[in-house]
Design a protein around this ligand. Structure first.
Ligand code: HPA
Ligand code: ZN
Length: 324
């Protein structure tokens, strides 16, 4: 099954570029930029990837990105991920970036954006992997801060396909961001939203009704609300599920308790993604393998998950056909 999974063409739609920082690169950048990290070694850093919930992960995720400073750093971070993804037969990616986690430490918006987009272009040419970029607002910050971030993105409108919402979910419902998402839609951005990871099913409903989200990131708690499940099926709303992430952040205790199989059986448009791979112990193929083992998934079910990833992407039918 390893080879079968490795050979499947896949799209990855739920991946935070800041969350792809491997400890080895973190140490290199720490030395180059003269920014200390609170670990003695790569092994010690990896051993700290032991989380009790989303917030305990986010604390380390925001602290670790402090070593990434220059356009070249953002390029190298992005290129390292794209090489790994291409090696796993990922043919298309839709990558989140969190500009506020950089502008808040005085790194200009365009430094992050230019470094990332240079790598996306290079990977298209050199690795044959296509990409879109999604600007994600940090939901623990104010809507005013999100509005300022959206304004910074306007000159780069053509390089960013969508806006999203990530960071601490509980206490920061989609309703907090109605105005900024309305403005983003007016500017022509597509809309996705993290919802129903730690937050209740009501946050998924808010993302759909108030933000007009076209795709839900995680969404695994939708299974607690039968009417919502029916709606998600009826409207064919894709859900980008990240199995290893959900286990590492204790959304489910074990993989056999994860809702992915029930979601798939119900007819939801679910895909498998890696979220923040070094932190959660695997890239997309390791995520596929973990669910295959937990649920004894058949080849047909694995093909369905991989096909769903292309169906859920912001691609035209013609683009999809070329990639599959
Ligand atoms: N959820 C919320 N915020 C995040 C995540 C996530 O999965 N990954 C990086 N920031
Ligand atoms: Zn995420």
């Amino acid at each position: 099954m390893d080879d079968f999974i490795a050979g499947l063409p896949k799209a990855e739609l739920h991946l935070h570029i800041e969350g792809t920082l491997e400890p080895e690169l973190a140490f290199q950048l720490s030395e180059k930029n003269g920014i200390a990290i609170p670990f003695q070694s790569v092994d010690e850093m990896r051993a700290a990837y032991n989380f009790k919930d989303l917030q305990s992960f986010l604390d380390l995720y925001y602290a670790s990105i402090s070593v990434v400073l220059t356009e070249e750093d953002f390029h190298d971070l992005t290129m390292a991920y794209l090489k790994k993804a291409a090696s796993q037969n990922v043919r298309h990616t839709e990558i989140f970036f969190d500009p506020q986690s950089h502008t808040d430490r005085n790194i200009p918006f365009e430094t992050a954006l230019n470094g990332i987009t240079a790598a996306l272009k290079q990977a298209q040419t050199e690795l044959g992997i296509s990409s879109h970029l999604i600007l994600s607002f940090l939901r623990h910050l104010s809507e005013e801060s999100a509005i300022q971030t959206l304004q910074q993105a306007i000159p780069f409108r053509e390089q960013i396909i969508a806006v999203g919402l990530d960071s601490s979910e509980l206490g920061h419902p989609p309703s907090k961001f109605v105005n900024v998402f309305a403005e983003a839609r007016r500017q022509g951005f597509r809309v996705v939203c993290h919802a129903g990871e730690e937050g209740p099913p009501e946050y998924i409903t808010e993302a759909l009704d108030l933000l007009q989200a076209e795709r839900i990131d995680h969404g695994v708690r939708c299974m607690e609300d039968a009417a919502l499940v029916e709606r998600l099926i009826e409207e064919q709303i894709p859900l980008t599920v990240c199995p290893l992430s959900n286990i590492r952040l204790c959304v489910f205790e074990t993989m056999t308790e994860h809702s992915l199989k029930r979601m798939l059986d119900a007819g939801l448009v679910v895909s498998v993604n890696s979220d923040d791979p070094p932190y959660f112990g695997g890239y997309v193929n390791e995520n596929f393998l973990a669910v295959q083992e937990a649920f004894d998934l058949s080849r047909d079910q694995l093909v369905k998950l991989a096909r769903n990833s292309f169906e859920s992407a912001f691609l035209t039918e013609e683009e999809k056909q070329k990639l599959i």
